[in-house]
Design a binder for this molecule. Sequence first.
Ligand code: ADP
Length: 167
Amino acid sequence: MPAPTAVRGDITAQRVDAVVNAANRAMRGGGGVDGAIHRMGGPAILDDCIARFPQGLATGDAGWTTAGALPARWVIHVVGPNHAAGERDRALLVSCYRRALEVADRLGARSIAFPLISAGIYGWPKPDAVDAAVATIAAADTAVTDARIVAFDEATFDLVAERIARL
Ligand code: ADP
């Protein structure tokens, strides 16, 4: 696909077909991006998580729900590896981006906004989290034409933009 773009802002405000949630295995809400998505999207997202994912989701996997009141049509939930808790298998982080794009293709989504998966509460080292995001999205075989990596702060935005410039 074309190179991803770097965006600075709040992922819940993105006007895209699908926003990606950095969820946890239980899929019942949490902090960071997960908290913001459930707060802004409203209870329909949690209801759909419970109905569609009674057992939650495995680390490295992706699954979709409604986006509730968000401007997007779908939320694609992924579970990144929890580096802070000792999950250090990089293939699981790469898998989150690949699987999210596969789910997007199945839905017919053409635009998607990713957070920097695992780089917050889960503690994945920021430069490597950026590298995994940019390289995996850029190499994916997908019908998605607009993939954004949304950074909350200026320093992270700069890291993402610099990595994209090196593609
Ligand atoms: P994880 O638990 O997978 O580490 P987090 O949600 O804690 O996920 O953080 C992932 C990244 O998203 C971090 O870089 C964090 O600063 C950023 N982030 C947190 N809230 C938002 C938001 N509302 N929009 C965009 N990025 C966010």
